[in-house]
Structures are given as structure tokens and as C-alpha cells.
Design a protein around this ligand. Structure first.
Ligand SMILES: Cc1cc2nc3c(=O)[nH]c(=O)nc-3n(C[C@H](O)[C@H](O)[C@H](O)COP(=O)(O)OP(=O)(O)OC[C@H]3O[C@@H](n4cnc5c(N)ncnc54)[C@H](O)[C@@H]3O)c2cc1C
Length: 509
């Protein structure tokens, strides 16, 4: 008689209490299933990285003496759905109980809860032991409030967990947030840290995946494939980040450049989201680096805010708004994604770089995701459901609980402003100010009208003009609407005509 314990592909945490003692009656099950490769079309590197990390995790569990059943994607016994496989395995192992760790995605949570409830044996969900907060903690904090301010949640988290606190309920350095110091363009120095992550040869696994008929897109090649496949590699990456990149993280957090692909960002989201790393240890390392005088407070705080603040907060937003969140469409945007989202081939240099890099590395940093790709999608009125599908498929770290609130809420304002206090949109001026994307672009960053005018400019003013009923009363947009009011009717008409023409012929942009 055994207990069957299911481990999902984003639950690769060797520190989980399940593994603290050997239990000969426990059988750990990991499965590569079409159910998980096919719910959206994924970047090749994302499928490879998750399967390779799962294989490594199973290997390490076996090495430390645990019983493991692993179903590969091409295993003839694989029924390609979690529950269909569980049906067989529960019988095969004469199981008297079924256990699983709390899934982070609503669809898996539903599927497994339903499955466990209809079993004749006890089925139990246990904590994944990963996050700082409970699924419903943000909902509890915000209650009925219409707007959920991240900053409010973040301060509560700082206090509750005693992170960067001065000891008298006050934040270290007398300030909760150093965001205003984190907005510099990158002049080229200090140099972007070298990519110290190890390369992996995944050709055999990729062949397996391809032959199994899994559809994907993006660049699978070994030259770019350096995602950590186990905790040891993730810890090494964390060490390197703290030593080499964190000191400059704050300064250039919002910078945009075609001369560097990750700047001083950590690239830790894959390791965090698959739970190889625990957020507490990552935050703890940043706190220690600051205490040791290695990292300025603004850099440590800026980094910690992303993990202790944003990451936990968006998870709370997700659970409070499911299952209806993916269908939100405040602006009723319905335009399909242009084909160049899948090729990066557009004359707009900022988009060509941010999209091209996403397709090559399965990665773009936050400001590329938000202020280049997401900015264009919102201004151009792309359908948020399609935008969500694209983001969920393309990024190495994309799991719905974190991707959806970022895309639908923060980036597309499709929830009407529950998460963001105003739409994150800009004209070419912001993109130009934050870096060098506009240099050498075919489009004129200053012009609003004419076939060579940067499309962001006309789209920006047109967006605010056509949404004035929805947005003009927002106090954070008062200045935008004052500027719009000063535009002559003729100028506005010309801008709207240009925006209309862009919308009708988006493909050749
Ligand atoms: C439209 C859009 C979609 C996004 N989709 C995802 C996604 O699918 N998965 C994902 O993990 N992040 C997502 N983000 C948030 C953020 O862009 C990524 O976490 C970050 O770029 C990952 O790179 P990094 O590890 O180098 O991050 P760093 O810049 O080094 O930040 C450190 C860590 O902070 C956390 N973090 C930073 N910003 C956020 C945020 N807004 N929300 C949650 N966690 C955050 C991540 O765990 C990240 O690893 C998205 C952002 C936008 C605007």
C-alpha cells in the first residue's frame, strides 16, 4: 500500500518537507503530458526547460533514495493527461492515499480538487511551502476596495516579515520605496555582466518533444539555452547575480537598450516560478548584500520590492479574480495580433528588438514587456485575450498566476484599473528617454503624422481621445487630458486619421 504524491512541473522544490524524511510507502510521480504542453502554444525553450528540470529533479530524488515514477512525453504508457495517468498509477501502486501540492494555476487547482474529491481513497492537498503569503491574503487585506494598491500590500509585507525595517516600525533609510532613483537610461557602463549560466545540451530531449508532435515556436538552440535545470545551478545564478548585477539593478531597472538583452536583471524568474529557489532566500541574500555594504539600499529595495511586493501581490490578484479574469476587456479591444509578434519583423526598432529577443531567449525584461510590447498592444487595441495567450506562451517564466495579472491587469488595463492606477502607455518620448531604441529607427520619434511618424505617437493621443469617457476623470491622467485639450481640432483630426490608418494596416508597420 502506497501514498501517491504528484509533483507538477513548477513544483521542483527539493527542500519541501515531503522530502525531509524517507518514506518507503511514498511514490513520487512526475509526468510530461500533452495536457500541459498544449493548453497554449509555448516557446520551445519553455517546454525543454521544464521537462529537463523535471527529469533532473526525478534523478536527484532517486539518488537520495526516494521512489519515483516518471512518465516521459513519448512513453507508450503515457495517457497524456494528469488524471488519466493517475487513474492507472493509483491502481498500479495499490495506493491507499493521493496527495498533491497546492497548484498555482486555477485550472490545475480545479482539476485536481475535483479528481481528489471523487476518489474512493483519501485525497489531500498540501501547502507548496513556497510563497510568503496565502492565496487569499491580498483579498483579505484589500476587502471591498475598488483599487488594490501594490504599495499598500508591499508595506504590510515588509512589516510582517521584518524585511529592510529599521526596528521601530519605520523602513530602513526612512523611505519605503526608492522607485524615483531607479529610472536611469543605461549609458553603456558599467558593462552588462557576462552570461555566467551553464549551457545545456538538450538535443535528445528536443527530438523527443518534436517527435511526440508537440507544437511550439521560438528558438530552441543550445547557444541560447542556459536556464538553470536544478537548485544547484539556480543557487549559482543567484550568487552571481548578487555579486555582479544587483549593485546596478536599481539604477537601470527601467532602462531600454538594443546593446544588452538583460542589463542588470536577475534572470531568476524561471528558477523562482518552478520553486527551485525560495523567495525568502532570494530576498534574504539581497538584504545581506546591503547590510554588508556591497549593494546600495535603493538597489536592494528595488529588487526586493519585485519579489516581496509585486510577485506576492499579483498572486493575490489572480486568486481573487479567477476564473473570470482572462475574459476581462475594459476597452473592448478586438484587433488580432499582427503576425510579426511571431517573427519580430517590424520596422519599429524597439518592437523588433524586444520581440526578437523574446523569440530568441524566451525572455524579455520587465520594461520591454510593459513599456514596449504591452504598450504597443494596448495603444493599438489588440485583443487582450490574444495578448495574454502570447505572453503565456512566449516567456520562460510564464505561469498563469503571475502572467495573467501582469498582462491583463498591469499591461492592458483590461480589468478597468483594479491593479494599475492608470494605463501604462507612452508615446515615443518615454521610449526614447529610457534608452537608445529610437536611434537609427526608420520612424521619426518626434513626428505624430505622416507615414514615417513613429506609430506610438498617433496611437498614444488617439487612445486617450477615444477613451476620454472612461479615463478623463482619473486624477493621474489630468495632465494628459489638459495637453489633449490644448491640441487644435485640426491636429487632433490628423492624429486620429494617422492612428486609424495604422490600425487598418498594422502588418506592414
Ligand atoms: C505583460 C507582462 C507579463 C509578465 N509575465 C510574467 C510571467 O509570466 N512570469 C513572471 O514571473 N513574471 C512576469 N512578468 C513580470 C516581470 O516582467 C518578470 O518577472 C521579469 O521580467 C522576470 O525577469 P527577471 O527574473 O530577470 O526579473 P528581475 O527584474 O530581476 O526581478 C526579480 C524578480 O522579481 C519578480 N518580479 C519582478 N516583477 C514582477 C512582476 N511585475 N510580477 C511578478 N513578479 C515580478 C520576478 O520573480 C523576478 O524574477 C510580466 C510582466 C509584464 C509587464
Amino acid at each position: 500500500m502506497t501514498t501517491l504524491r504528484l509533483i507538477l512541473g513548477d513544483q521542483l522544490n527539493p527542500e519541501h518537507s515531503w522530502f525531509s524524511a524517507h518514506d518507503d510507502n511514498a511514490v513520487y510521480v512526475l509526468m510530461e503530458v500533452r495536457q500541459e504542453t498544449d493548453y497554449v502554444r509555448h516557446h520551445a525553450q519553455k517546454i525543454i526547460a521544464i521537462f529537463a528540470a523535471m527529469r533532473d529533479f526525478a534523478r536527484q530524488l532517486r539518488l537520495s533514495g526516494h521512489r519515483v515514477h516518471y512518465l516521459g512525453i513519448d512513453d507508450p504508457a503515457n495517457r497524456q493527461s494528469l488524471t488519466a495517468n493517475l487513474d492507472v498509477l493509483l491502481v498500479q501502486y495499490s495506493s491507499c492515499a493521493f496527495e498533491y501540492q497546492a497548484p498555482d494555476e486555477w485550472r490545475l487547482d480545479q482539476q485536481l480538487a475535483e479528481y481528489a474529491s471523487q476518489l474512493a481513497i483519501p485525497g489531500r492537498m498540501v501547502d507548496s511551502e513556497h510563497f510568503y503569503s496565502r492565496r487569499d491574503e491580498a483579498a483579505e487585506l484589500f476587502g471591498e476596495r475598488k483599487q488594490w494598491l501594490m504599495e499598500h500590500f508591499y508595506r504590510q509585507m515588509r512589516m510582517r516579515h521584518g524585511v529592510l525595517m529599521a526596528g521601530n516600525g519605520k523602513p530602513l533609510g526612512g523611505q519605503w520605496n526608492f522607485d524615483h532613483e531607479n529610472r536611469k537610461p543605461w549609458p553603456g557602463l558599467p558593462r552588462e555582466p557576462a552570461d555566467w549560466r551553464s549551457e545545456h545540451d538538450h538535443s535528445a530531449l528536443w527530438e523527443n518533444i518534436r517527435q511526440s508532435g508537440v507544437s511550439s515556436f521560438g528558438e530552441p538552440s543550445a547557444a541560447c539555452f542556459r536556464w538553470p535545470l536544478n537548485r544547484a545551478e539556480a543557487l549559482q545564478q543567484l550568487d552571481d547575480f548578487i555579486a555582479e548585477a544587483l549593485p546596478s539593478f536599481g539604477d537601470f531597472q527601467d532602462a531600454l537598450t538594443y546593446r544588452a538583452w538583460r542589463l542588470f536583471h536577475s534572470l531568476l524568474s524561471f528558477a523562482l516560478n518552478t520553486k527551485m529557489l525560495n523567495p525568502r532566500e532570494v530576498v534574504g541574500r539581497a538584504v545581506d548584500a546591503h547590510a554588508a555594504g556591497h549593494v546600495p539600499l535603493a538597489a536592494a529595495e528595488g529588487f526586493i520590492r519585485q519579489i516581496l511586493g509585486w510577485r506576492e501581490y499579483v498572486r493575490g490578484v489572480y486568486w481573487a479574480n479567477m476564473p473570470g479574469y482572462p475574459a476581462q476587456n475594459f476597452f473592448a479591444h478586438l484587433r488580432p495580433l499582427p503576425s510579426w509578434f511571431w517573427t519580430g519583423e517590424t520596422k519599429m526598432r524597439c518592437l523588433a528588438h524586444a520581440l526578437g529577443q523574446s523569440l530568441e531567449h524566451a525572455y524579455a525584461h520587465h520594461i520591454q514587456r510593459l513599456m514596449v510590447i504591452g504598450n504597443f498592444a494596448l495603444l493599438a487595441g489588440l485583443n487582450p485575450v490574444e495578448v495574454h495567450g502570447w505572453y503565456l506562451g512566449v516567456y520562460i517564466d510564464a505561469f498563469e498566476w503571475v502572467e495573467l495579472p501582469n498582462t491583463v491587469g498591469m499591461s492592458q488595463f483590461a480589468d478597468g484599473g483594479k491593479l494599475a492606477t492608470k494605463p501604462y502607455v507612452s508615446s515615443a518620448a518615454y521610449i526614447d528617454r529610457m534608452g537608445d531604441y529610437c536611434k537609427g529607427c526608420d520612424y521619426d520619434k518626434k513626428a505624430r503624422v505622416g507615414s514615417l511618424a513613429c506609430p506610438f505617437n498617433a496611437l498614444y493621443w488617439d487612445f486617450f481621445a477615444r477613451n476620454s469617457q472612461r479615463l478623463a476623470t482619473n486624477p493621474r491622467l489630468a495632465m494628459v487630458y489638459r495637453q489633449l485639450a490644448r491640441m487644435s481640432p485640426g491636429d487632433l483630426q490628423a492624429v486620429q486619421a494617422r492612428a486609424d490608418q495604422i490600425g487598418r494596416s498594422i502588418e506592414p508597420l
